[in-house]
Design a protein around this ligand. Sequence first.
Ligand code: ADP
Ligand code: ZN
Length: 302
Amino acid sequence: MTDLTLALDIGGTKIAAALVDPSGALVHRATLPTPRTDAEAVWSVCAQLIASAVAAGRGEVSRVGIGSAGPIDLPAGTVSPINLTVWQRFPIVSRVATLTGLPVRLGGDGLCMAMGERWCGAGRDARFLLGMVVSTGVGGGLVLDGAPYDGRTGNAGHVGHVVVDPGGALCSCGGHGCVETVAAGPRMVQWARSQGWTAPPDADAKELASAAVAGDAVARQAYERGARAVAAMIASVGAVCDLDLVVIGGGVARAGALLFDPLRAALADYAGLSFLRDLRVLPAQLGGDAGLVGAAALAIAG
Ligand code: ADP
Ligand code: ZN
């Protein structure tokens, strides 16, 4: 008999479920688009995915891990994804516990990404790890002393909202100058356009990367500027948490050396303290599966 964990990954565009075996392998998976009509429609998609995973598990499912777009309220067991307005303060933990009769562990999507990379990806065995994504936004989660760090409400590790430019641009969070306002894919594209980068209206950070590689000076500067902002954030979080490793995933990290080279150079510049000299920065390895693998890792960690 295998000890399986049911993982649920809830995002604003899709909801995924998987069965994860004790080695971290996904042995069953299914994905459906996230409805935007009303709260019960979103829940019924979750319930459908859970029911088919439980059936596929043939009585071998021991626990459920849920990773959700935030904010979440861990003490209340509710989620309020910022990009899913019909689903606010939704009591996901009690609903899933009632449906399955199993223990349920909830965490933010950034924390799950960090836990997934630590279990099966680039963060294997790191004791003090920041797992983060640079994508449409910037997010992350912390594993401290080998354990997931939730914080008071379950929202610790929101590193996208570390301020790197006091008085900088308005952020989606309502603040100003957060690293997300400089380094998120759409923000780098916006900055490049403001500096004269001419590209079709639908061009995104991927086209910006191609332009930079082809030698466009503004596109290159946009990536350097984003990379420097991420490095400033990492130096700050690294100093606060005494980290040993940062793993970066998300669409923009697919630009590879274009992001990582200036990021590591800037980090060497910012991270002056002796205990930060060994801080390593690596690309994520799990891609889109990190959330599911990490939700399972979180449930197993308890
Ligand atoms: P989401 O934000 O929905 O989780 P992604 O992680 O795929 O989705 O991130 C989307 C962002 O990543 C967009 O800004 C997109 O332009 C950018 N992106 C996707 N692929 C690449 C690439 N190869 N190089 C640079 N940026 C990319
Ligand atoms: Zn912000």
